[in-house]
Design a protein around this ligand. Structure first.
Ligand SMILES: C[S@@+](CC[C@H](N)C(=O)[O-])C[C@H]1O[C@@H](n2cnc3c(N)ncnc32)[C@H](O)[C@@H]1O
Length: 426
């Protein structure tokens, strides 16, 4: 039986080479053989190491003169051991002992022992002067300093070190019928959303099989709440085109609220997940499997919701693997721009485009919108954000940005950008 720490090191290494956390777990044969307790330990070790990678690198660099090769497993074993000692408060002796035992396979036991013993000795002083902002990679951090300021950046960095909560969005039809806070052991944080502690198997939660709810991050639910506010009076009359619809959270919300919806999604694989979710929720939807940019849609829409593909930089707390891989966002920026342009030709006069991305980068959010408005003079932004201000802030451009530190005392939210664009009648 392979030790859980060695399995964690291998999984961590796969993530550094570009696999997602889920894929790295799924493709590890030794992980599959572990019992539930050890599987949870692996998740804890890997996720904590990812969240603290920047700080861990600085600590290790004090005791390792030459950086270790990227493909050397001991590299990852050391990172995990530092996370155990400094951030998870595991007993030092057993942490060092098991790391040394694993290192024997890689002929590095003396080296591992020396590095980790030094870290244990200086544990108290080591992390005091290494701010958590070091965990945010430069490609995200550099622009954010100017955009959001050092202080907000520091609170975001502190928030993303914490384990995220799970938000459960409950169907309107059943929301009033039960005491959901008790049933799900959570807190009703906004509208129909109950927030619960992280959970390893969602399908085991009550009323999952009955299709009474779906998992949806609070901030990801905000664009549809805004659409609902806009169309409050005549929602039955409006048709919404949900662009980039899978796995379906926003379409489910729209249908649940009584909107007529068309969902367009390019990825066949993601449509399978979308359809499985629809079946479980017993909801019907009109799904079009096409590239929105080439789709020949004949009708015009009252509202087009674009949940554009993006860097996902708002999801640093939920998907900490993004903290260790560099992303090139130029092709995403190009696609977001083209999606906005296409939507501008398909929305009715007086209708709305709701553009959103789960990113906190200015280029994917506010800048994308100011560029669009410069080119498209018949559009302007409107502010429908008054009841969601506790989750973020209104930007100069009259758009909204949820940042992970907002709502921090209640577990934070994913970073999310939203713009409401109205097509003015000329
Ligand atoms: C952020 S995800 C959408 C999440 C979804 N709206 C929800 O709430 O569950 C973006 C989606 O856009 C899809 N997408 C990317 N390019 C597209 C295109 N050209 N046409 C249609 N869908 C596209 C991706 O496959 C992905 O599923």
């Amino acid at each position: 039986m392979v030790d859980s720490r060695e399995i964690s090191s291998k999984i961590l290494s796969d993530i550094f080479y570009g696999k997602s956390f889920e894929k790295a777990l799924l493709t590890n044969k030794e992980y599959a053989k572990l019992d539930q307790r050890d599987k949870s330990l692996v998740s804890l070790l890997v996720l904590t190491t990812l969240r603290r990678n920047g700080q861990i690198n600085i600590v290790l660099s004090k005791y390792i003169k030459k950086p270790l090769k990227k493909n050397f497993l001991v590299n990852y074993l050391l990172k995990i051991s530092v996370a155990q000692i400094l951030f998870l408060e595991f007993p030092e002796y057993s942490t060092v002992h098991s790391a040394v035992e694993i290192s024997k396979k890689y002929k590095s036991e003396k080296f591992t022992n020396a590095v980790l013993r030094n870290i244990c000795k200086n544990k108290k002083h080591l992390i005091k002067n290494i701010p958590t902002t070091n965990n945010i990679p430069d490609w995200i951090k550099n622009g954010l300093k100017d955009f959001l300021g050092e202080k907000r950046l520091a609170s975001i960095a502190n928030q993303i070190c914490k384990e995220p909560c799970i938000d459960i969005n409950i169907k309107s039809k059943v929301f009033e019928n039960y005491e959901w806070e008790k049933i799900l052991k959570g807190k009703n944080v906004f509208k129909n959303i109950v927030r619960i502690k992280s959970q390893s198997n969602i399908a085991d939660l009550p009323f999952y099989k009955e299709g009474s709810w779906w998992v949806q991050g609070l901030s990801s639910s905000l664009p549809v709440n805004i659409i609902n506010t806009i169309f409050k009076e005549n929602k039955k009359k409006g048709t919404v085109l949900d662009v980039g619809a899978a796995p379906g959270g926003k379409s489910f919300q729209l249908i649940d609220l009584g909107f007529k919806v068309k969902s367009i999604e390019i990825s066949k694989k993601r449509i399978l997940t979308f359809s499985a979710n629809l079946n479980r929720l017993k909801i019907n939807s009109n799904i079009i499997n096409e590239d929105f940019l080439n789709a020949k849609l004949k009708e015009k829409f009252d509202c087009i919701l674009i949940d554009a593909p993006c860097s996902g930089s708002g999801l640093m707390q939920k998907k900490p693997e993004m903290l260790v891989v560099k992303k090139n966002i130029s092709s995403l920026l190009h696609k977001q721009k083209k999606m906005l342009l296409k939507a501008s030709s398909l929305v009715k006069d007086g209708g709305y485009i709701i553009y959103c991305v789960c990113s906190i980068l200015k280029e994917e959010g506010e800048k994308q919108i100011t560029n669009f408005l410069n080119d498209q003079k018949c559009f302007s932004t409107e502010n429908f954000f008054s009841d969601i201000l506790e989750f973020g802030m209104v930007l100069k451009s009259n758009t909204f940005l949820a940042t992970p530190n907002s709502f921090g005392k209640k577990g934070g939210v994913d970073g999310f950008f939203i713009a409401c664009l109205v097509k003015n009648k000329v």
